[in-house]
Design a protein around this ligand. Sequence first.
Ligand SMILES: Cc1cc2nc3c(=O)[nH]c(=O)nc-3n(C[C@H](O)[C@H](O)[C@H](O)COP(=O)(O)O)c2cc1C
Length: 297
Amino acid sequence: MDIDICDILGIKYPIIQGAMAWVATAELSSAVSNAGGLGILSPVTTKGLVKEIKIMKGLTKKPFGVNIPIMNPNSDEIVKIVIEEGIPIVTTSVGDPNRFTSIFKKEGIKVIHVVTNIKHAKRAEDAGVDAVVAMGVEAGGHIGKEEITTSVLVQNIVNNVKIPVIAAGGIVNSNNFSSVLALGAEGVQCGTRFIATEECIAHDNYKRAIINAESDSTEVIARGIFPARVIKNGFYEWFEALTREEKVDKSLFDINFARSAILDGDIKNGAIWAGQNVGMIKKVIKVKDVIKEMMNR
Ligand SMILES: Cc1cc2nc3c(=O)[nH]c(=O)nc-3n(C[C@H](O)[C@H](O)[C@H](O)COP(=O)(O)O)c2cc1C
């Protein structure tokens, strides 16, 4: 397997900015693409996506992608927009890659599928995707039910598929990057590190919560149901109490709990999605400096 992931995607550095609901807007994603990585827009609404693509095309001439959460009710519509807009790359997540991969391949669109276990990595390879993102339990936001660490997951998936593997979950600096390359990964996908950047539109309170956090500040809620990694706060305490009382129901998975922390800055009662390696992120810096440090190995 000699084909470099950078050649496949037409980028300079194998660093992908992961999809992030609300905050992976054109400001952040274009900064990543312009710095030589791959910016990924992640639409919450289709109207919002069309708007962000237009802005993005004005801000960068470099390749960029769009994320499609396969199981979302609007995924068919997003696929249509991606094709109409001539987007060269998609990342797909949360769902069966067989649903859309052949449609994208026919259009010449590169497909990267996010997985959290070996079985799903093999299914993605069989579906014809170009690469997989192996996302471990350290990741911010929703994680796999299996809760496999990034290092274990990456090496096992590398041993089980022939397509390139991109590591995600807890990658925030050049040392983390080097460690997953040693395990056979060809690149990295980062989420939390890119939130604490000047270009990210996330609320300052959310950025501060990341900067102030330590390696024991995050925990996983809703284990075995719809697990997510969050920074411990009032929301976390409340959710845990309901879990102990076995009172967790569907209404508690409303993504607006995360929105209120991420965009509105309610870091007391909102769900502060963040990865386990927050303790290594100490400053809000420019996207280009995140990428420069990561490539300085
Ligand atoms: C705030 C936030 C929102 C996210 N939203 C999405 C999403 O909409 N779709 C998706 O596939 N992944 C999403 N992710 C996962 C990221 O794309 C990425 O894989 C993950 O953050 C990597 O772990 P890290 O945060 O430790 O770098 C999100 C992560 C965060 C922190």
